[in-house]
Design a protein around this ligand. Structure first.
Ligand SMILES: [Fe+2]
Length: 116
């Protein structure tokens, strides 16, 4: 990973380049589209700025593996922690916590939904 002189430029470039090339899970959208959809939804619901930033960046961990995302080999690389650990140099806990927690939150949500 290169040293980041301007983190905003770096992240936008990362999303526009790598994010536009990588599919989001089994969905018919790229990581970039997924990030923008999440941020747009957060904005539409008038969530605070840090939450909108977290929505935009929550999966950035998928884009910063040096040797490729192990998820493509069926392995959990804990992208949420990789992304949060990388971003914590630049953002406060109001951005980092939702990023670090989003996988656990999704698991709890899906289990709850399956019990309805
Ligand atoms: Fe994720």
């Amino acid at each position: 990973m290169r040293m980041e002189e301007n983190i905003v430029d770096y992240l936008l470039d990362l999303l526009k380049t790598k994010g536009a090339d990588i599919q989001y899970g089994n969905e018919d959208v790229t990581q970039l589209e997924h990030a923008l959809q999440c941020a747009e939804l957060a904005e539409k619901h008038k969530l605070p700025g840090p939450t909108i930033a977290a929505a935009l960046l929550h999966d950035v961990g998928h884009l910063i593996y040096e040797d490729g995302d192990p998820i493509h080999e069926g392995k959990d690389g804990h992208h949420e922690n990789l992304g949060a650990d990388f971003l914590k140099k630049y953002f406060g806990e109001d951005v980092i916590l939702p990023i670090r927690a989003h996988v656990d939150i999704m698991i709890v949500y899906q289990k709850h939904r399956n019990f309805r």
